[in-house]
Design a protein around this ligand. Structure first.
Ligand SMILES: [Ca+2]
Length: 351
């Protein structure tokens, strides 16, 4: 190798090393992004309804003073995309929020074979209630394009993205337009499992397992991330009294949520031997509304995206043994009664 080209190689290695160092440094969030109870969020909700998604969406749409919802974006997950999109529109209709557009996004994961969860959420994706075709259609255009366009136009660090399904839409947006991280304030996502173990394999949680490659892209994005994993959602369980309070509100939404929960929690109570069922995605909304209900820790989280027994596992370095930069505020504890009090109070506002 001539001297000049060797020098060039050394220079590019040096530059690459510098870039890698910069990237590593930028992964660490600048601060714990736990918002306080009065924080107003400009919010996009990415979702795959899903019984618990529908409850989360009603919860969020009933909180307009805190959550300025710009759009719902849908993704294939619990059921195929046409049904998750229909269910998001149903939730919008039930909450009487025609002002919120619904954009359909990715119909399948990045690389893996699509999987669904009809055994938990029913073939229509919502348990315990009759589904129908809502009046208001989808918004024109694709959710991925919507995310890119909106985040590019947004002021720096202004948009919170709540993610309630597989993370395919944001992964596609980040791949096509890496600059969109600038517009993001925080990602708050339901996903992953560490202390609890998985719910789709012994180690993997459904949202991450349904698209591990997308989760890997999102976790490496450098955007501040809060994750609500099974570790916390399996501690916030329904009880007959908690469901009865929702049913007793006297409005249609309270009855709908109670009907969905009565059917939805049966599988998990039986399978895990729990005294009640988790309402996974709704914890994301509770965290946005009242973060003091939750406790977590800044840790390094990586995804096993190799097909094998650990496929889709979130490898959560709770004790910091790997000495890698923290990229996630990992929520491990939550106030179950506080969660159900807040949910019930907000659902009472709906028709
Ligand atoms: Ca979901």
């Amino acid at each position: 190798m001539p001297l000049s080209s060797r020098w060039k190689t050394d220079l590019s290695s040096f530059l690459l090393a510098g870039f890698a160092l910069l990237m590593t440094t930028s992964i660490a969030p600048t601060a714990a992004h736990a918002a306080d109870a009065t924080t107003v969020h400009t919010l996009i909700i990415d979702t795959d309804p899903g019984a618990d998604d529908v409850i989360a969406l009603l919860f969020a749409m009933a909180s307009p003073e805190t959550l300025k919802i710009q759009a719902l974006t849908t993704v294939a997950g619990n059921v195929p995309l046409a049904k998750t999109s229909r269910n998001a529109r149903l939730a919008r209709e039930w909450a009487k929020r025609p002002d919120i557009p619904v954009y359909a996004g990715a119909p399948r994961p990045l690389l893996r074979t699509p999987i669904y969860a009809a055994d938990i959420h029913g073939s229509e994706g919502i348990t315990g209630v009759k589904v129908f075709e809502p009046k208001q259609p989808l918004a024109d255009g694709n959710a991925v394009d919507y995310l890119i366009r909106t985040l590019r136009a947004a002021p720096e660090k202004s948009v919170t993205l709540a993610m309630l399904g597989p993370e395919t839409n944001l992964a596609l947006a980040l791949t096509q337009a890496p600059d969109i991280t600038r517009g993001l304030r925080e990602l708050v996502l339901m996903g992953g499992a560490h202390f609890n173990g998985g719910n789709i394999t012994p180690t993997a949680e459904f949202n991450v397992f349904a698209d591990p490659h997308a989760a890997e892209i999102v976790l490496k994005s450098g955007v501040p991330i809060t994750m609500l994993p099974l570790d916390v959602t399996h501690k916030i369980l329904t009880s007959p009294e908690r469901i009865a309070r929702l049913r007793g509100l006297g409005n249609q939404a309270g009855k709908t949520v109670a009907d969905i929960l009565d059917a939805y929690v049966q599988h998990d109570m039986q399978y895990y031997g729990l005294p009640g069922g988790p309402v996974h995605d709704a914890t994301v909304i509770a965290y946005l509304l009242q973060p003091s209900l939750f406790k977590g820790k800044q840790v390094n989280v990586e995804v096993d995206s190799r097909e094998g027994i650990g496929f889709g596992q979130t490898v959560t370095d709770w004790y910091g043994g790997l000495k890698r930069p923290a990229n996630v505020n990992w929520i491990a504890e939550g106030d179950a009664q506080g969660f159900f009090d807040l949910l019930t109070q907000r659902i009472s506002r709906l028709p």
